[in-house]
Design a protein around this ligand. Structure first.
Ligand SMILES: Nc1ncnc2c1ncn2[C@@H]1O[C@H](COP(=O)(O)OP(=O)(O)OP(=O)(O)O)[C@@H](O)[C@H]1O
Length: 267
C-alpha cells in the first residue's frame, strides 16, 4: 500500500526513578499519499514523539510504521523534517543551504542550480539566494528551511510547530505558502501545531490527541485547507463552520488540560 501506515504503535519511556511514561499507546492510522494532516493536543500528549518516530529519530517500543510498504527504521531523505527553528547552516548562503541535500547525493552542479532557482521561486525568495542566513528574518529563514526540505524531494514532509516562532502576519503568509506547496507538489504533509486555528486551516484531516497515555482522541475531515489554497485565509475563517469547529476543539483541549491539572493537584 502507498502512503503511511501506523500499525499499533506504542512508545514507553523508562524513567531514571524506575517509573515510565506511555508517550504513545496503540496508535493506528492510515495516511494517504498527498494528505495534509495537522496534529493538535495538550502539552505532553505525544505529538513530537509521534513525529520523531515517523522521522526515524526514535524506534517505537511496539508496533511498526511503514511508508509505501517498507518499515521505517531510521532517518531517510524520503521523509523531510522542518523544525520550529530552521536548523539552517549559518555559514552557508541561502542557495547553498537549499542545495545541500542534492550536493550530498552527488547531483551535478547545473542540476542543483536549476533546482535551487525553482525552489527560491516557489518560496518567494528569488532575489535572496546570495544572502547569508543571519541576514534573513525568522519568516524568511523558515522559507529557506521549507525549500531545503523540498530540495530532497521527500515523499513526506514532517513539520514540528514550524510557524510557532513567527509574528502573526508572517505566520499567516507562511500558512498560505504551506497550502500552496501542498497543492503544487502533492506531497504528504504532517504538521504539529499548538494553534487550533492553524490546525483547522492546515489540516484537511485534523487529529486531536489526548495525553496519559498519548492517543488519538478525535479526528476531523475539514474543508478549510482546500478552500484556503490561493485564497485569503481571513475569508476562510469566516466560513460558517470555522468558528463552531474551533470552539468545539478549544473546549475539548481545555477539558483535557483541566483534567491533567486536577490529576497533578491530587497526585
Ligand atoms: N526522552 C524522553 N524520556 C522520558 N520521557 C519523555 C521523553 N520524551 C518525551 N517524554 C514524555 O513523553 C510524553 C510525550 O512527550 P512529547 O514531547 O511527545 O509531547 P508533546 O505533545 O509533543 O508535548 P509539547 O506540546 O509540550 O511539545 C511527555 O510526558 C514527555 O514528558
Amino acid at each position: 500500500m502507498t502512503g503511511l501506515v501506523i500499525d499499533d504503535v506504542s512508545m514507553t519511556f523508562e524513567l531514571p526513578n524506575g517509573g515510565n511514561v506511555e508517550a504513545l499507546k496503540n496508535i493506528n492510522l492510515k495516511i494517504k499519499e498527498g494528505e495534509l494532516m495537522s496534529v493538535l493536543g495538550p502539552s505532553g500528549c505525544g505529538k513530537t514523539t509521534f513525529l520523531n518516530i515517523l522521522a526515524g529519530f526514535l524506534a517505537p517500543t511496539a508496533g511498526v510504521m511503514t511508508l509505501n510498504g517498507h518499515t521505517i527504521t531510521g532517518p531517510h531523505p524520503e521523509r523531510g523534517m522542518v523544525f520550529q527553528h530552521g536548523a539552517l547552516f549559518e555559514w552557508m548562503n541561502v542557495s547553498k543551504n537549499i542545495g545541500f541535500g542534492p550536493k550530498m547525493k552527488g547531483t551535478p552542479q547545473v542540476e542543483i542550480d536549476a533546482k535551487v532557482d525553482e525552489l527560491l521561486n516557489i518560496v518567494g525568495l528569488q532575489d535572496f539566494g546570495e544572502k547569508m542566513i543571519y541576514e534573513m528574518s525568522g519568516g524568511m529563514q523558515q522559507r529557506v528551511a521549507l525549500a531545503r526540505c523540498l530540495a530532497n524531494d521527500p515523499d513526506v514532509i514532517l513539520m514540528d510547530e514550524p510557524l510557532g516562532a513567527l509574528d502573526a502576519l508572517t505566520r499567516e503568509k507562511m500558512q498560505s505558502l504551506v497550502l500552496d506547496i501542498w497543492k503544487k507538489t502533492g506531497k504528504t504533509i504532517i504538521l504539529i501545531t499548538h494553534s487550533v486555528e492553524e490546525a483547522l486551516l492546515l489540516g484537511e484531516r485534523l487529529l486531536v490527541m489526548a495525553p496519559r497515555p498519548g492517543r488519538v482522541h478525535k479526528e476531523y475531515q475539514l474543508p478549510f485547507a482546500e478552500l484556503g489554497v490561493g485564497a485569503d485565509l481571513r475569508e476562510v475563517k469566516r466560513h460558517p463552520d470555522f468558528g463552531p469547529t474551533r470552539d468545539e476543539i478549544l473546549n475539548m483541549i481545555w477539558d483535557m488540560e483541566e483534567e491533567i491539572m486536577g490529576r497533578t493537584e491530587n497526585a
